[in-house]
Design a protein around this ligand. Structure first.
Ligand code: NI
Length: 130
């Protein structure tokens, strides 16, 4: 599954558009989601990936954050091309809602991240401790 990219450099890789199939990557090992919280304001999901595992083609209805629990390479498919993104343990990023993608573990070891989807950003300011 490695494509020879220099570590630390995100580079597009030629890949056929496969959005029609419902999953951009042809790999069929599913990543494993564990929902930790799901309410009116947030959905927090831990995702575990064996090497080569994929989320499947999807988009998010809300903006979201991803926090890596271990270092690893996320191979992102946008329907046209793939990009390898090496990330450090603890590294985080945010994405807006509505971008379609498929995510594969491009590492040679299991990885996991926590994904925090923010359904009502304004509601966060109003939260109080239960
Ligand atoms: Ni996603």
């Amino acid at each position: 599954m490695q494509n020879g990219n220099v570590k630390g450099v995100a580079a597009p890789v030629e890949a056929p558009a496969a959005a029609e199939s419902g999953m951009a990557f042809t790999c069929t090992i599913p990543a494993s989601p564990t929902v930790q919280q799901d309410d009116d304001t947030l959905r927090i999901t831990r995702w575990d990936f064996e090497p080569g595992a994929v989320t499947g083609w999807h988009s998010h209805g809300w903006p979201y954050f991803v926090v890596m629990l271990v270092a690893g390479t996320l191979r992102i498919h946008d329907g046209t091309k793939t990009t390898d993104v090496p990330l450090a343990q603890g590294q985080a990023y945010m994405r807006p809602a509505g971008i379609q993608h498929d995510v594969m573990n491009g590492s040679d070891h299991p990885i996991a991240f926590v994904e925090i989807e923010v359904k009502r950003p304004g509601a966060l300011a109003e939260l109080s401790l239960p």
